[in-house]
Design a protein. Structure first.
Length: 402
């Protein structure tokens, strides 16, 4: 049987890796994730985790170690944040292109310059097109659950996953976490086995240079071209929502918590207005929704758990009845608006005949405090815009100051 512990988000992530019996850990310290590899090194030192802990000189090298170990069949783990994630950028493409089931927690932190060690989501949002799936966590419980779930999804699809959670707001905040036993996790997550055979007797090149058109291999069978590899990765991620839902149902049967739905929903079914957001902001949005409902406003919350693959159909259906949508984001695609707002609009265009009013708010960058009262004012601003038929032509900023 499991137990309930009071843990920080970083402690939770490290414990999840231990429960998943990772075999290779390679990480470089960067605030606010540094405690994750520190805890894992303690597990290895005490003999509680049978894994190789590889000390590296950079995040680029950390991902390089994970790529190499994963290629030969190890279950691997690393963690990073902010500029460390940006330093991995080349290797992120390589890991996804090599179809490696790497799971990496990212403690979301603002990117320099200027320097900040505090939270926003610019780091992972800027890496959304590298071919990695991205799961976003609202609580420390979700950190534990999503890491365990991510390994099963990644190893089934042969594609890497980032498990993203807010730096400091979750990484350093203590919460009760229901922790399953090792035996329960073993029953849910079997050992990782390579889908191909490595043999010194039959040597093979892994990820060689490929050409524009398919060419025959040594056996005469046509091998995919570069574009063919890219298409296969895209098709895998297009098929991923069904796999994530299936694994989410299995998770509920094993542990009692469901992740079949790629969305967090709070009072959303009958809501005339909706907050749409990701990560821990969904908690503040839920509190703001309670305040507004007490004032007579029909409002709810939809939190996006899975940003890649993007749950376009599910999200469009979830907001279909709303007159106005308040998109709250801790990141911005410079020169336009928040990426979540853009993709929500795309989902509405493709899947909804009805067009809701969408207002995009940028807030919380660099750890700027977000209060439920701020979100209440954003909702009232959106409601007024709906009444006046006023469209938004650029994102609005909350708490940006001078």
């Amino acid at each position: 049987m499991g137990e309930t512990l009071i843990l920080t988000g970083n402690q939770t992530a490290a414990l999840a890796a231990k429960l998943c019996r990772v075999q290779v850990v390679a990480a470089y310290p960067i605030t606010p994730q540094s405690r994750i590899p520190e805890i894992l090194s303690e597990y290895v030192e005490r003999g509680e985790l049978k894994a190789e802990f590889v000390r590296v000189e950079s995040e680029h090298s950390a991902m390089g170690v994970c790529i190499s170990a994963s290629l030969v069949g190890a279950r691997v783990f690393t963690a990073t944040a902010a500029n460390g994630l940006a330093y991995m950028h080349e290797q992120l493409h390589w890991a996804a292109g090599a179809r490696l089931p790497i799971v990496m927690p990212v403690t979301n932190r603002g990117l320099g310059a200027p320097w900040t060690i505090l939270n926003d989501m610019q780091d992972t949002i800027s890496q959304r097109d590298t071919g990695w799936m991205q799961f976003y966590c609202m609580t420390n419980q979700e950190i534990l659950d999503q890491i365990i779930l991510a390994y099963k999804v990644a190893e089934q699809l042969m594609a890497p996953i980032m498990v993203c959670f807010d730096g400091f707001r979750l990484s350093h905040t203590m919460m009760p976490v229901s922790v399953p036993s090792v035996e329960e996790v073993d029953a849910f997550l079997p050992p990782y086995h390579l889908p191909y055979q490595l043999s010194t007797e039959v040597p093979a090149n892994i990820n060689p240079v490929v050409m524009t058109d398919p060419l025959p291999g040594p056996d005469g069978v046509l091998c995919p071209s570069y574009m063919g590899f890219r298409r296969r990765l895209q098709e895998t991620l297009e098929a991923a929502p069904a796999v994530i839902a299936e694994v989410g149902r299995d998770f509920q049967q094993a542990f009692g918590r469901s992740y079949e739905d790629p969305l967090y929903r709070y009072c959303s079914e009958d809501a005339k207005f909706l907050f749409v957001t990701m990560g821990s902001l969904a908690s503040e949005a839920s509190e703001a929704a309670d305040i507004l409902r007490e004032q007579g406003t029909s409002i709810g919350v939809v939190g996006v758990r899975t940003f890649r693959p993007f749950p376009a159909r599910a999200l469009a259906q979830a907001v279909a009845k709303a007159d106005g949508i308040i998109v709250l984001e801790k990141a911005i695609s410079y020169g336009y608006e928040g990426a979540l707002a853009t993709e929500l609009k795309g989902a509405l265009f493709s899947h909804n005949g009805r067009r809701s009013l969408v207002y995009n708010y940028i807030l919380g960058l660099g750890g700027k405090d977000v209060k439920p009262s701020d979100l209440v004012e954003a909702a009232k601003d959106t409601m007024q815009g709906f009444e006046n038929g006023k469209l938004q032509d650029h994102p609005l900023w909350i708490g940006s100051g001078i």
